[in-house]
Design a protein around this ligand. Sequence first.
Ligand code: OAD
Length: 238
Amino acid sequence: MSLEAAIERLHAASRVAVLTGAGISAESGIPTFRDAQTGLWAQYNPEDLASPAAYATDAKLVWDWYAWRYELCANASPNAAHEKLAALERRTPEFLLVTQNVDGLHARAGSERMVELHGDIMQARCESCQTRFMLEAGFEIPPHCPICGTRARPNVVWFGEALPRRELERAQQAFQTCEVALVIGTSGVVEPAASLGRIAKNRGAFLIELNPLETPLSGFADASIRAGAVAGLGLLGL
Ligand code: OAD
């Protein structure tokens, strides 16, 4: 691992692509998915809650779970890592932040050149006319479309569903052309997001990973820094 090289390359780069996962929001108090003790999946079986089959079986259970996560996210605040990435964006000519998170904290920290690969927990989507609309605190369960009145579903990607094509293409394009790829707080097990770091590395980019734990990407990275997002970005001089 070469921290000096990572600092030098990151600060010299005019094309940067960043991928974040649940780990970047852990320091905002939002549970990750796979951390053994606190992870959401440690308490629930994801297929029972975040899948089309689960929703078809018991839409109210699924909405109760999302309403609970909605409150968690709405009451959380962006942390210094979210803010450091928004600042990096403002001084980098070509920049894209790709997040797997649905908590909305990057947008609230000021990130603009960003794609949300897995959707947005603050939004619902009509099951009939596909209208997307923001959910207000204390929304009715299930919410109904303000346009046609049909029941609406969470506007997030569920297991077995395709990612939004335009967002995925933008993400892949950014990682194919960046000089430095920064992968923060993801276990790197859910495709296609998990491949983005490798795509960048295979195209000659300098690959930096920030994670307190080793992941499948760690051995592939030019610099894999065993640190949390806030401390790790500090080590990188951000
Ligand atoms: P995971 O819970 O799988 O992984 C979280 C990662 O964050 C782990 O590698 C932790 O080591 C790391 N981590 C924990 N605390 C951290 C900290 N303070 N700073 C930095 N990293 C930290 O979450 P994701 O990789 O984001 O998909 O999961 C990917 C997708 O799987 C999610 O978007 C979700 C889930 O199913 C959908 O809902 C479609």
